[in-house]
Design a protein around this ligand. Sequence first.
Ligand SMILES: CC(C)(COP(=O)(O)OP(=O)(O)OC[C@H]1O[C@@H](n2cnc3c(N)ncnc32)[C@H](O)[C@@H]1OP(=O)(O)O)[C@@H](O)C(=O)NCCC(=O)NCCS
Length: 159
Amino acid sequence: MVVVRRAGERDFPDLLAVQREAFAEYLNVYEASAWTRERLEDITLDASDKVILVAESEGRIVGSVRFWLVAGVCVIRLLSVKPSHQGRGYAKALMKKVEELATEAHKFYVCTMLRTPRNIGLFLSLGYRPESLLPNHYHKLDLICFAKYCHPGPVGPHQ
Ligand SMILES: CC(C)(COP(=O)(O)OP(=O)(O)OC[C@H]1O[C@@H](n2cnc3c(N)ncnc32)[C@H](O)[C@@H]1OP(=O)(O)O)[C@@H](O)C(=O)NCCC(=O)NCCS
């Protein structure tokens, strides 16, 4: 059974190790150092205004994600699962928990690298739809951003 819970400070070293291992797959393809070199002090600071979740397998951390709310938009970042545990539903479970906890959100928002069919497949399968492309964005990466609305369709000025 997949257990997803809020992370505490004592989880940060293991969480960072999983994140480092997961994002290491991009080391020769993308500028991934921001994700693989995050330090304890960075995540501790991040935790002051974001919710950090971890997924556990047999009591050990195997995945994590972070989110925060900006005026009803739930921004989701740094979803990662330990390579040895990928393909078993941990990322899906983490994403579902985010949606469950962010009760104030009218919209969920997540970006990923444009040329990652697996990640794109994951977000599509969870009901997220592509919303924008951000060429040459963070670390000069091309990003694709997805959104999922709690109530179907964005509310425009004529609706
Ligand atoms: C992306 C990542 C978090 C997925 O974690 P995971 O636990 O393996 O994902 P899950 O098992 O929950 O979800 C698998 C879903 O992803 C999609 N998927 C998985 N592998 C895929 C592939 N090779 N091609 C297309 N879609 C794929 C499918 O929709 C699949 O759902 P299904 O099994 O019901 O068909 C993990 O691979 C990872 O940590 N990657 C490195 C870091 C990263 O890129 N993070 C995303 C930043 S936004």
